[in-house]
Design a binder for this molecule. Sequence first.
Ligand code: ZN
Length: 189
Amino acid sequence: MARTIFFHIMILEIVQYGHPVLREKCKRVEGVDDELKTLADDMLETMEEAHGVGLAAPQVGLNIRFAVVDVSHDPECISYLRVNGEDAALEDVMPLVFFNPKLELLGEKEAVEEGCLSIHEVRGNVTRPTEVKGIFCLLDGSEIELETDGLLARAIQHEVDHLNGILFVDRLSAAAKLSVRGKLKRLLR
Ligand code: ZN
């Protein structure tokens, strides 16, 4: 995917595990301005450079309900996508830049391995519902209702968790938490 690179785009520093901003409940975004659009560009570039599929504002030190997701590297990672009730193609909504999400979790629960750009070298199975239906505010001022499953549903849940100060390691099973405890302790040093 080609994206126009403007001179102002910056790779941002990704806040790491242990930083208090990762534990804050983020504030609502009150409106779209040029600063927010620049932040979106910078966060997309930062996520891409780090080979991530999602990045939330607190991960770059800002406690606002704002995040970016891009799973377009794998068109097979979802089985359906509906925008405002109509079937949509993944490339039409990727990258997804959203704020003030309202999320409904649906479907069966499934355990899938996750990692996080803010928690280096720690991975673990997280059990989450397989489908989401959410209302997302977009940078053009519109609101969309998006329903999907697969990696996109999971990435959205992971990023919305960040906006509530929740990290994937909080959602590991007791046994898995125990097995990553040493690694997490080392990250705090
Ligand atoms: Zn994360």
